[in-house]
Write a protein that binds this ligand. Structure first.
Ligand code: ATP
Length: 302
């Protein structure tokens, strides 16, 4: 390396030590050199880029810790267009779910990312972006590990009965023309998190804690972005071909659930996912309804 870069051996040693301080795992063998270990998993732009499709159109911003990637994404989107850009963080101090619930986001063991979209088209086609994002995450995990995840309508990814990923999509309208001018898709994935706070122990899991697999977080980010870029195009959102895949991965179809709208709860049986990603349920009074996900949460009816 010293020869190739025309620097002293001491300079190489110093650079390697500073990489080690950043958390990179580097092996050294006397008279042979250094090797970056495959388990080395520090999130970085350089680590993500090699796995990203050549025609990827956005910017990649990687941070060690942010309050919430959705918040940083909004700030960055205020500065410019940033369509297709992504904010990735190693940890979040105030990760959020829907209705301001918190999303536990410890450092080093998860991937927290927010993808920025600048819609140019009819606002209505964007009502399925959360559905498309679920598919992107499941496809990426399958590609890296061969593991098939399940989807709990509408925005949670499950593995072995536990939630391993939450998605929070937020948007803003331009009041002058009534169009959506910004959509931010926040995705939090528990990659290797083992120790969850007590209140989450029974509900939260990670990709590798029940399946002994190593998942490179850099590669996972890249694969999710590759999938998002092909799923979230105006054509794909209009055609909605991915709804069938979503339906097949659903872990709620055929089950009894409890539906929460604000403080109100009602029991229902899930029949299907409709072509708009809505949940088709039969209520206790026999009435069949299609629910849109706005303010609705699901609980298992056990
Ligand atoms: P619901 O379960 O009511 O449908 P939701 O899908 O809207 O909720 P989110 O708002 O996306 O869920 O996420 C917040 C909820 O996820 C929290 O209330 C908590 O139960 C759970 N949670 C928080 N942190 C994590 C985590 N790291 N992994 C898995 N689940 C988590």
């Amino acid at each position: 390396m010293a020869f190739n870069f025309n620097v002293s051996r001491a300079a190489v040693n110093k650079a390697v030590n500073s990489l080690r301080e950043e958390g990179h795992l580097i092996e050294s063998v006397t008279k042979k050199g250094y090797r970056l270990l495959s388990e080395s998993d520090v999130l970085s732009v350089e680590g993500i880029l090699p796995y990203l499709r050549d025609d990827y159109r956005g910017n990649i911003y990687v941070f060690d810790t942010v309050e919430s990637t959705n918040k940083t994404a909004k700030e960055i989107a205020m500065e410019g267009n940033e369509d297709g850009s992504v904010i990735v963080a190693n940890g979040q101090t105030k990760g959020r779910g829907r209705q301001n619930r918190s999303f536990y986001s410890p450092k080093d063991t998860g991937v927290y990312m927010s993808y920025i979209l600048r819609p140019q088209d009819d606002a209505n086609i964007y009502n399925v972006v959360t559905v498309a994002a679920c598919i992107a995450v499941c496809r990426a995990i399958y590609k890296l590990t061969g593991i098939e995840c399940g989807i709990k309508w509408v925005n949670d990814i499950f593995l072995n009965g536990k939630k391993i990923c939450g998605i929070l999509t937020e948007g803003s309208f331009d009041l002058e023309n009534g169009r959506i001018n910004l959509v931010i898709i926040g995705i939090g994935i528990n990659v290797s998190t083992k120790d969850f706070p007590e209140d989450l122990e029974a509900v939260a899991g990670s990709i590798s804690n029940s399946n002994d697999v190593f998942v490179s977080r850099n590669r996972l980010v890249a694969e999710v972005l590759n999938e998002l870029q092909s799923l979230i195009t105006p054509e794909s959102l209009k055609e909605k071909k991915f709804i069938q895949e979503y339906r097949e991965m659903s872990i709620v179809v055929g089950r009894d659930v409890e539906i929460l709208v604000g403080e109100n709860r009602k029991k229902a049986h899930v029949i299907d996912i409709d072509d708009n990603g809505g949940l088709v349920v039969r209520c206790e009074d026999g009435k069949v309804e299609s629910l849109n996900y706005g303010e609705i949460s699901l609980r298992w009816n056990s």
